[in-house]
Design a protein. Sequence first.
Length: 338
Amino acid sequence: MKKRIASLDVLRALAVIQVIGYHLALPVFGPLGSLGVDLFFALSGFFISGILFTDFEQHGTIRLGRFWMNRAFKILPPLYVFLLAMLLVVPKQKTWEGVVHSALFSMNYLPVNGPVLHTWSLSLEEQFYAFLPLLLVLLIRFLKKPMDSIPWVFLVIAIVTFVLRIPNTDGAPFHLRADGLFVGVFIRYLSSYRPRVFQVVAKFSLVPGLLVWVPGIMLPFYSGLAHSALFVCIDIGCGCLVAWCYAYETFPFWNWVPIRILAAIGVCSYSTYLWQQPIVTIFRFGLGGSPLMLLAGFILCLVAGWIMYRLVEVPSMRARKWVQSRRETPAPVEAEAH
């Protein structure tokens, strides 16, 4: 069984910290917009495609039932606990509507303002979890070397989403953001099937990855063609960060104590992402939004994420492991999208 990859957990931490900072309107994070979500998308594409590629190499097909069962154990218990809590704490009509759309993973197409609006990104990722394995099944069915078509699939999806975004600045629908997920798929394809090319790409990917904040700052000020092009730059930058961190996961740098603390935050990033929005709302708007309140809210988001990770995610993963032990070999620990 593979161990977790600390370098990618650090990216998860940076992504969720950016999301919290953006929602709190902190000066350092506010101008960067939704870069944290974009980084989550690239990571999800990378991890999920890794699961599916491994399944194909080992079994010659994609076992859809197994894949979706594993995703359900990972995603649903923390989400449904969060949604139930919101219904109990904020029992309003809008909350009920939002919970329904969130539970059905349609929030990115049918958004409802309220404490669960931020689950639009989770809805988008769930649509990706349905789309990618079905796409790969079709490629396996009709192509002799199905994985060799991944670069062309990525290119087509990138072009289509780029064109569709030009008249529409809405960043939530799957058909307008699929390229952000598929850039992670492409990076995983290179690492799995073109390792020499991947090493070359990774070697030169750190600088463009670190510069991803530039288009992030510019994005809100543009529309149309420029807006869509900036999204492409953000996607490429996030993909470069994933590539570099994966290629150089053995650097001693990742063992430094501050970095390991970040990695620990990354392990809890899914639960943290779920619970940060209502906490941010309370501390930013309900308690006045003073610097001290914002700092307290930031810390509480991380603490709440850790608590809910231990209370919900860990037991859910143990249940998944038990079910898998009754059926087959467990999935690698590293293959978690959040």
